[in-house]
Ligand binder design. Structure first.
Ligand code: NGQ
Ligand code: ZN
Length: 440
């Protein structure tokens, strides 16, 4: 088969699951496109690609009580050594892993803008271009979110030495945004990201949100991830973070509130009512000790959600969704939390919800029939499953990989569990990481 041929899901899948139910198509003639179970590919709504190369390197106990804040110091030390070539190698390998796991699109929350000495690169978009190239090489769809990061805390303190790589003035930020927006294509969307309320002063936030690009592009922000952040916000701004944001910005479906872990009832209802996406990253939130998102109440309030792999301690939509549900089961001591009506499947509910919210956060049209994954119906686990049970089995019982083929943007990027360029990506990644470790 011609690898470059473009496919839509209806041309190939015998059975395609959609949030509205299973759709049947005539069986394709070519046996190579046989697919008993196909699903739309998942958008990954939150990624810091460079962090993949330090996954597993912050799991040894330090001198005191380890926390999000001690992890962040380790991460900053690691970030300070990454240059454009290394970023491209790491991101491309990561995106290959994402595709093989069932993600067909990624929102890259990108703040590593400047050279290690804190000065802009000769091309201020050098690091952004590395991300764009990595996505193109891997075949994954990209929503690039250049990040505004200006201060080291709610009190407006200047960036620490290690944060200087992230810092841009509002003017420099808007210039970067404009130069990236000019590169948009069907496979590359550009949106806006405010790192967090602690990193963006109010006046800067207003200026960026008033830019013409902001009118109809995705707007992402980290918010209410840690209790310490809620306390600092209360101390300095006299309001909880989500409450403050709603009081000072028009939060609507353009927005993705990443983590939104620590919410009171009125904040939870405000997000749900606004149509903004709660960007949940369960494996990273578990790894960093963030806390648990109030899933059942949020779904009952009609809230929109999506998933991201964030620090990439794990790269799998299955694991994100499984942890999302299991976290709730462990604290409530009940089962089948995400499915709110009798007879509903947890797997279908979660895949469908994260698909809808992920597409919205990525700025994608709701129908993306050229992004889909084919499950391995020859695996013993799925061989005995039917349409009614396949998503639940995939999400809860799959351990060996079950994603057999992946079509992204109408192109076969994974066939029979292999990405079209995986050897080259892996060896380039290995070489880049060896250099980073040698310089540690
Ligand atoms: C980030 N990570 O942007 O990678 C942050 C830490 C910071 C999470 N919030 C960096 N999980 O807060 O400056
Ligand atoms: Zn993040």
């Amino acid at each position: 088969m011609d690898e470059q041929a473009h496919f839509g899901a209806d041309q190939m899948a015998e059975c395609l699951w959609t949030p509205e139910g299973w759709q049947r198509h005539a069986r394709a003639d070519d046996d190579a496109v046989r697919a008993r179970f196909a699903l739309p590919g998942m958008p990954n709504l939150h990624s810091h690609a460079f962090q993949r190369a330090m996954a597993g390197l912050a799991e040894q106990r330090g001198p005191g009580d380890d926390s999000f804040w001690t992890w962040r110091e380790t991460m900053y030390g690691f970030a300070s050594r990454i240059q454009p070539d290394a970023l491209r190698a790491i991101a491309a390998q990561l995106y290959v892993e994402m595709l093989k796991a069932g993600y067909t699109h990624v929102c890259e929350f990108h703040y590593l803008h400047n050279a290690p000495n804190g000065k802009p690169y000769a091309d201020p978009a050098a690091m952004s271009r590395a991300i764009i190239e990595a996505a193109r090489e891997s075949g994954i769809g990209l929503t690039l979110l250049p990040v505004l990061y200006m201060t080291g805390g709610f009190d407006g303190r200047p960036l620490s030495e290690r944060q200087r790589r992230f810092g841009l003035s509002v003017d420099a930020y808007l210039r970067l945004l404009e130069s990236l927006t000019a590169l948009q294509s069907p496979r590359l969307r550009v949106g806006i990201a405010l790192h967090s309320l602690r990193a963006v002063p109010e006046a800067a936030m207003r200026e960026v949100l008033a830019a013409p690009q902001a009118r109809d592009c995705p707007i992402h922000i980290h918010i209410a991830e840690q209790i310490g952040e809620v306390q600092d916000c209360l101390g300095v701004r006299n309001a909880r973070p989500v409450q403050w944001l709603f009081d000072h910005a028009e939060v609507d479906p353009r927005w993705c509130l990443v983590h939104a872990t620590h919410l009171d009832d009125s904040e939870l209802r405000a997000i749900a009512k606004s149509g903004a996406v709660a960007g949940l990253c369960p494996t990273t939130e578990a790894n960093l000790g963030d806390g648990l998102f109030p899933l059942a109440a949020y779904i009952d309030a009609g809230g929109t959600l999506g998933i991201g792999s964030d620090s990439h301690i794990s790269v799998s939509p299955v694991e994100e969704l499984r942890w999302l549900e299991y976290g709730q089961r462990l604290t409530t001591r009940h089962r089948n939390i995400a499915a709110r009506t009798p007879g509903a499947s947890v797997g279908e509910t979660l895949w469908g919800a994260a698909l809808r919210g992920g597409r919205q956060a990525a700025g994608l049209a709701t129908e993306a029939r050229r992004d889909f994954i084919v499950l391995d119906d020859a695996s013993p686990l799925l061989a005995s499953r039917d349409e009614r049970s396949v998503l639940d089995s995939f999400l809860f019982a799959g351990n060996t990989p079950l994603v057999r083929d992946v079509v992204a943007g109408g192109e076969w990027v994974v066939r029979d569990f292999r990405h079209r360029d995986e050897e080259r990506m892996a060896s380039r990644y290995g070489a880049a990481v060896a250099v980073l470790s040698a310089n540690a």
